[in-house]
Design a protein. Structure first.
Length: 260
């Protein structure tokens, strides 16, 4: 299904019945990375999985974009689907966008699960994040795949199939869309506004995450009014997918407490 937005269209899928869950993926991949979770959750929840602009089946990004504009796209899907409020689950960039939705449209958010993500970055780090793409040239995704995978997965991953799937997905991505989303991430600065977000929240970090240190995720939980923080030993940046057996019980316990 698609929602039309001023810059194109946003692709999403919806299945199941019950409280509404909205699933927001990391940069560079797409909504299909949630497929195993959707399979398990659709018997208890109404699950909406969204492709961000520039990802999956959504329109490519053709001009600079902000995380707030990615959030506008999510809100547009909720409006089209007639969803008053949903439980938002986001990994990495997905978690950043989920924060923006909660800040911009708090009435649309029933709870938050923010995984392997940040609420802000030190100024010294922002140039390194920006450099992961380049809006000013026609680059090739082959330039960034090896470094990206080394940051996202365990070097001896128990899921080599996921590593290869990620490699294939990244190589198929649009360079400008990738670069524009990294430029948006480099400007992340939500912590001061998160103090006004009062819904229940679960913040999950992995202590083997090479992209987002545990202390950075802890800042989100500290800023939120009603947050539980969990650090999972050995979990990488893509731990929610690579080590789903460890993450699923934590997600399920939280959802059972808030999604009735």
């Amino acid at each position: 299904m698609f929602t039309e937005v001023p810059a194109g269209r946003i692709a999403y899928s919806r299945q199941g019945s019950g409280p509404v869950l909205v699933l927001l993926h990391p940069i560079g991949v797409d909504r299909t990375w949630w497929s195993d979770y959707v399979r398990d959750w659709q018997s208890s929840y109404d699950v909406i999985a969204i492709d961000f602009r520039g990802h999956g089946d959504s329109s490519p990004i053709t001009a600079p974009i902000t995380l707030s504009e990615h959030a506008d796209d999510v809100i547009a899907v909720l409006q089209q689907e007639g969803v008053a409020a949903a439980h938002l689950i986001g990994v990495s960039m997905g978690g950043m966008v989920a924060q923006c939705v909660a800040i911009k449209a708090p009435e649309r958010v029933a709870s938050l699960i923010l995984c392997a993500t940040a609420g802000a970055f030190p100024e010294a780090v922002r140039p390194r994040i920006l450099a992961r793409g380049d809006l000013h040239r026609a680059g090739s995704m082959s330039e960034v795949v090896a470094d990206t995978i080394s940051r996202w997965f365990h070097p001896e991953s128990a899921r080599p199939d996921l590593v290869e799937r990620c490699r294939v997905r990244l190589l198929a991505d649009d360079w400008y869309s990738w670069s524009a989303s990294w430029a948006a991430i480099s400007q992340l600065d939500n912590l001061a506004q998160l103090v006004n977000v009062t819904v229940p929240a679960l913040v999950v970090a992995g202590d083997a995450d090479a992209s987002i240190p545990v202390a950075v995720s802890q800042q989100i939980a500290d800023a939120l009014a009603a947050a539980k923080f969990v650090s999972i030993p050995g979990a990488t940046h893509f731990g929610a997918f690579e080590m789903r057996d460890l993450f699923t019980p934590i997600f399920d316990e939280f959802l059972a407490s808030v999604a009735r």
